[in-house]
Design a protein. Structure first.
Length: 318
């Protein structure tokens, strides 16, 4: 009962203060408002400040406008919030990410078409650390090769999603160390950027090559998940949604009998990424959103040849 009385008193005092507790702008109004505020403080009542009330009203108005915009577009507020998050993001990776870039480019969904990528065939956390020369495979940005952390800085990206490993597991056992070094460079040049690790995906059953096999991929993913948790990075399990019952890449998601992926797989990518971001920003996706690629088309650029057909500005516009 006392709590209810305090809440009623607080609400009444706020209203009185906002209305000037008298004629607005007059000495009497200011004097009465100040006296009532002092009285509320003496009574131990927590009265929101005028700035706080104004900010709450601004946020309510912003949410109302967003709801109207979403309704007009036949979407939800969550959709628009997630779109806005990806508009400030970039996805970095190898030819599998390049395939996703091409899938997004062909989508009828404007949000997918506007997503930004730094991807190249044969790209890895090892050669991401190489200097720029005639042998390097850094993704192009603004027509130039440069380390991805420099391109990310030029983009002004606030969030970075990283997918590596396919071209790394055949190297020395320092892949996780190199991964951390790449992230360190990104964070150094882009303070405050959000880092998200996308897990490696599997090979088709029985098609692993040397150290690039599904047992090692599972071990690598667990190690990167632990590193992400220890460092405050996000971690996205992309392997499980694309796996069959035996823990291999499902045949319907494989485009080349090895590791590269189909449009159906990239529908899963889209759904997983949007659900992950929705949860992160407090706007969970209630229904799957999986925009389809053009019927009958497969993503291009999925062979590990190094011929990447780069987009110079890091977006999907050609």
């Amino acid at each position: 009962m006392r709590k209810n009385i305090s809440m009623i008193l607080a609400a009444g005092l706020c209203m009185a203060i906002l209305m000037g507790a008298g004629t607005p702008g007059t000495t009497e109004g200011r004097r009465n408002g100040s006296a009532q505020l002092r009285g509320s403080e003496a009574a131990g009542v927590n009265v929101p400040g005028i700035a706080q009330v104004a900010e709450e009203k601004r946020l309510e108005e912003e949410e109302r406008k967003l709801e109207e915009e979403a309704a007009a577009a036949g979407r939800t507020v969550a959709d628009l919030k997630i779109d806005a998050y990806f508009a400030d993001s970039v996805i970095v990776g190898d030819s599998i990410v390049l395939g996703y870039r091409n899938y997004c480019m062909k989508s009828a969904d404007a949000a997918l078409k506007s997503m930004r990528f730094l991807a190249a065939g044969s790209f890895s956390v090892h050669n991401a650390l190489w200097p720029v020369d005639e042998k390097s495979v850094h993704p192009l940005y603004k027509g130039k090769q440069q380390p991805v952390w420099e391109s990310i800085s030029m983009m002004g990206a606030k969030s970075v999603f990283l997918f590596f490993g396919m071209n790394d597991l055949g190297e020395d056992d320092d892949t996780c160390k190199c991964y951390q070094e790449v992230i360190g460079h990104i964070q150094e040049l882009n303070p405050g950027v959000d880092i998200h690790i996308i897990s490696m995906t599997y090979t088709l059953k029985g098609q692993g090559k040397k150290r690039l096999n599904n047992d090692n991929i599972r071990a690598f993913n667990e190690e990167m998940k632990a590193l992400a948790e220890a460092n405050g990075w996000g971690f996205i399990d992309m392997a499980t949604p694309l796996a069959d019952g035996d823990g291999d890449l499902a045949p319907e998601y494989c485009s080349d009998g090895f590791v590269h992926q189909t449009a159906a797989a990239y529908e899963i990518w889209t759904d997983v990424l949007r659900r992950y971001v929705g949860e992160k920003i407090g706007y969970p996706v209630l229904e799957a959103e999986t925009p389809n690629a053009q019927a009958g088309e497969q993503p291009d650029g999925t062979q590990e040849t190094g011929e990447t057909q780069e987009v110079e500005d890091g977006t999907n516009e050609e």
